[in-house]
Design a binder for this molecule. Structure first.
Ligand SMILES: [Mg+2]
Length: 386
C-alpha cells in the first residue's frame, strides 16, 4: 500500500470570527489517500491568529514527502518529519503538522486491520471517557446560566477563565497583570459558579498563561475559597522557572501542557514535580503516537493526563482512542457548546451520555468527514496554492 495524495481541508464551521483575537474559528482536517482506496483522517486545527492557515500552508509543503510512502510506517514517518525540522526548531508548527498526519496514518492502520484504533494501542482500559466542558456567554449571568445548563446535561466538571479583563486583550501579554477590580470580578464570578453547581462538581480554572508570577499568585489566592480542581497555565508556557515559583508559593493543584510539544517538553515539568495534571493536545503535541508516549511518561510519575481538546471533532475522537488505553487517564476536554457543528462535520455523531463519550466500535478512528458540510463551509481566508 502506498500514499497517493494528502487532502487538506480548512473549514470555518460557524463562519464567525473569534471576538477577542479577531481570528476565524475553524478546523484543519487531513485526509491521507492510498492506492488501495483506504483513506485516513486526522485533524491539526490551531488557533488563534490564523494558526490554521500557517498549519495548512506547511502541510501543503510536507505532503510532497509523503507521496509514495507506506502508510504503515507510522513511527518512521513521525521521526523523519520531526528530525528534519531541527534547524527551524522542531516544536509547535511541525509537531502540529505531524499530529494531523499521524492520526490519519493510525486511522488507515485500523481500517486495514479492521480493528478500532484503541485495540491497536493495547485495548481499552476504560469503556467510556469521562469529559469536562465549558460554560459560554459573555456576561456573568449568561456564564452562570450555561454552567447550570451543562451540569443539568450530565457534565461533572467545568472549565472557565473568569478573568474577563484579561480576555479583552488576549495574547497581549504586556506586563502580565490585571487590575485589583479585574481579580475581584473573577473571584465573584467563580463564587457564583460554585454556588450554582454545588460542592460536587469540579471547577477548573484556565489562566491561559496570561500572568506574571505575582499576579498569577494573586489570582489563585482570590479563587482558593471555591475549591478549584486545577489552575491551568498560570504563567506563559516558556516560563518554567516562573512555574517553579508558583509551585513554591501556593498550595493548589496545577496543570499545564497544551503548549508543551512532545515528551521532551513534558519531561522537565514532571521531573520537577511542578504540576498535578498534564494536558497535552493530540493535535499539537505530535498526534496519537506522541500522546500515548506522554501518557506513559506521566504514568511513571503517577500524574494523571487530561488531554486538551476543545476545538474540533476529529481531535476529540483521536484523543479519546488514546485515553481509552491509558490507565492514568483523568478527563477529556470537549466544548459541548459546539456539539452541533462537531456532529455536522463527522459521521457518526459523537455519542455522549451523562458527561461521558462512548467511542464507536468501528475500524480506525471510527468516524468519517462529512464532505458535504466541509464543502459548504470553506475558510474564505484560505487559498490553496495552485
Ligand atoms: Mg487552556
Amino acid at each position: 500500500m502506498k500514499i497517493v495524495d494528502v487532502g487538506i481541508h480548512v473549514v470555518a464551521p460557524m463562519d464567525t470570527v473569534e471576538p477577542v483575537s479577531g481570528a476565524r474559528l475553524g478546523w484543519v482536517f487531513v485526509e491521507v489517500h492510498t492506492d488501495e482506496g483506504v483513506t485516513g483522517v486526522g485533524e491539526c486545527s490551531n488557533w488563534p491568529m490564523h494558526g490554521d492557515l500557517l498549519i495548512a500552508r506547511t502541510l501543503e509543503i510536507v505532503r510532497r514527502d509523503l507521496i509514495g510512502r507506506d502508510p504503515a510506517h507510522i513511527e518512521r514517518i513521525w521521526q523523519e518529519l520531526f528530525h528534519r525540522q531541527t534547524y527551524l526548531g522542531n516544536r509547535g508548527l511541525i509537531t502540529t503538522v505531524i499530529s494531523g498526519i499521524d492520526q490519519a496514518l493510525w486511522d488507515i492502520r485500523g481500517k486495514v486491520l479492521d480493528r478500532p484504533l484503541y485495540d491497536l494501542l493495547g485495548g481499552p482500559v476504560w469503556d467510556d471517557l469521562l469529559l469536562y466542558t465549558h460554560p459560554w456567554g459573555t456576561t456573568p449571568e449568561e456564564i452562570v446560566a450555561t454552567t447550570r445548563q451543562v451540569v443539568a446535561d450530565g457534565y461533572t466538571a467545568i472549565k472557565h477563565d473568569p478573568f474577563a479583563e484579561m480576555w479583552r486583550r488576549f495574547l497581549d501579554y504586556r506586563g502580565g497583570q490585571i487590575s485589583r477590580r479585574g481579580i475581584r470580578d473573577g473571584a465573584a464570578l467563580t463564587a457564583a459558579m460554585r454556588e450554582a453547581v454545588g460542592p460536587d462538581v469540579e471547577l477548573l480554572i484556565d489562566l491561559h498563561g496570561n500572568f506574571n508570577v505575582a499576579t498569577a499568585i494573586q489570582c489563585i489566592r482570590a479563587l482558593e475559597p471555591y475549591d478549584i480542581g486545577w489552575f491551568e497555565e498560570p504563567v506563559p508556557p516558556e516560563g518554567l522557572d516562573a512555574l517553579r515559583q508558583i509551585r513554591r508559593q501556593v498550595d493548589v493543584p496545577l496543570c499545564v501542557g497544551e503548549r508543551l510539544f512532545t515528551r521532551w517538553d513534558v519531561l522537565p515539568v514532571l521531573q520537577d514535580g511542578l504540576v498535578n495534571y498534564v494536558m497535552p493536545d493530540v493535535c499539537w503535541t505530535g498526534g496519537v503516537s506522541e500522546l500515548k508516549k506522554i501518557a506513559t511518561l506521566a504514568e511513571t510519575f503517577l500524574v494523571p493526563i487530561s488531554p486538551h481538546g476543545a476545538q474540533g471533532p476529529v481531535q476529540i475522537v483521536a484523543g479519546a482512542h488514546v485515553m481509552a488505553t491509558v490507565p492514568n487517564f483523568y478527563r477529556l476536554e470537549i466544548n459541548s457548546g459546539w456539539l452541533e457543528s462537531f456532529n455536522a462535520a463527522i459521521t457518526p455523531a459523537l455519542e455522549i451520555r451523562d458527561g461521558r463519550l462512548h467511542l464507536p466500535a468501528r475500524p480506525g478512528l471510527g468516524i468519517e468527514l462529512n464532505h458535504d458540510f466541509i464543502a459548504d463551509h470553506p475558510d474564505p481566508d484560505w487559498v490553496r496554492t495552485p
